[in-house]
Design a protein around this ligand. Structure first.
Ligand code: F3S
Length: 284
C-alpha cells in the first residue's frame, strides 16, 4: 500500500514567511503589544493560536487608527503606501510580511507611475492585494477584472500603459485581457506578475489524484483555493474527501484502497497535514 503526499501541499513561500514572522515577533517581544493588520492568513485555527499567544488582529483601518503603541505586522497581501505613511507618522514599529512577489509589483507600479505611465492592474478589485497595489500607483491607474471593464478605460492615447497582474490571477484570462487592451493600440509594456505557486499546486494535485484510489484534500471550508483543489481532485479521482482536520476523516472509508494521495490548500498549516498523514499511515 502506498501514500503519496503532494510536495506543494500547504503554505506557499509567502504565507509561510508571513506566519513565521508573527511567531518570531511573539518570541522576541514578550509582553509587548503585537498586531496584524488583517488576519495573517485565512485559517481560523492558526489565527486562534496567534490570538491565544497575545496577537491582536486589526480588522479595519479605524482599529488601526486607535493603536498607539506596539508592533504592527503587515500581512502577505501587502498594503497601500498610505498605510506605511500612517504607521510611520504614528511612530509604530512595523514588521513587513508582504510577500516579496507582491512587493515587487509595488516597486514596478511606483516606478512606472513616477515616469508618468498609466497603470492597468489585472485582478479582482475587491481583493486586498489588488487594493494594495492600486495604492502604489498615482491617479492614472485602473483595475481590470473582465473584458467588460476594458471599454470603460479612459487613457490618454499619448501615455504609455504598464500592465501588471494580481499574483493569483488565471494566466489564460490575463493573456486574453492583455490582447484586448493591445487592440486599442496603446504603447504597452506588459509585466506578467502572476505567481506560479497556485498553478504548481493544482498541477501536482491533479497528477497525484489521477494515480491513486482515494484522495484527501485538507483545508478550511471557506478557502477558495482549497475548494478549487477539491474540484480538480474530484474530477480526477472519484474517491476524493474534503476535510478541515483529522476529525472530519472517516479512516474506515480508506480500508480497502491500495493508494492514497494527500494535498492541502495554501492556508493549511503543516501540523494538520502531518497529523492526517500519520494517521492514514497507521491503517496501512
Ligand atoms: Fe504565495 Fe506570495 Fe505567491 S503569498 S501565492 S508566494 S505571491
Amino acid at each position: 500500500m502506498e501514500l503519496r503526499v503532494a510536495k506543494t501541499a500547504g503554505f506557499c513561500f509567502g504565507v509561510k514567511r508571513a506566519v513565521e514572522k508573527v511567531y518570531k515577533q511573539l518570541a522576541r517581544k514578550k509582553g509587548e503589544k503585537i498586531y496584524t493588520y488583517g488576519p495573517i492568513i485565512h485559517n481560523e485555527e492558526v489565527i486562534k493560536d496567534m490570538q491565544q499567544r497575545g496577537v491582536t488582529v486589526l480588522r479595519t483601518e479605524e482599529e488601526l487608527d486607535a493603536v498607539t503603541e506596539g508592533t504592527v505586522i503587515i500581512r502577505s497581501h501587502g498594503v497601500e503606501k498610505r498605510i506605511y505613511d500612517k504607521l510611520e507618522a504614528k511612530h509604530l514599529s512595523v514588521v513587513d510580511a508582504t510577500c516579496p512577489f507582491v512587493k515587487k509589483i509595488h516597486t514596478i507600479v511606483k516606478k512606472e507611475s513616477g515616469q508618468g505611465h498609466f497603470i492597468v492592474i489585472i485582478g479582482n478589485p475587491n481583493h486586498p492585494e489588488v487594493q494594495g497595489i492600486r495604492g502604489w500607483a498615482g491617479k492614472d491607474a485602473a483595475i481590470v477584472q473582465n473584458a467588460e471593464d476594458i471599454p470603460t478605460l479612459s487613457i490618454n492615447p499619448e501615455k504609455k500603459v504598464c500592465i501588471v497582474a494580481q499574483t493569483t490571477f488565471n494566466y489564460n484570462k490575463f493573456q486574453d485581457l492583455v490582447e484586448i487592451i493591445s487592440e486599442k493600440s496603446y504603447d504597452i509594456v506588459v509585466l506578467n506578475t502572476i505567481c506560479n505557486a497556485t498553478k504548481e499546486r493544482q498541477t501536482e494535485a491533479r497528477s497525484i489524484a489521477e494515480q491513486v484510489d482515494a484522495m484527501i484534500v485538507i483545508g478550511d471550508k471557506h478557502s477558495s483555493n482549497t475548494q478549487k483543489l477539491f474540484e480538480i481532485c474530484a474530477d480526477a479521482c472519484k474517491d476524493t474527501y474534503y476535510i478541515q482536520t483529522l476529525d472530519d476523516l472517516n479512516l474506515n472509508q480508506l480500508g480497502s484502497v491500495e493508494t492514497v494521495g494527500i494535498t492541502a490548500g495554501a492556508s493549511t498549516p503543516n501540523n494538520i497535514i502531518e497529523e492526517v498523514q500519520n494517521n492514514v499511515r497507521v491503517i496501512f
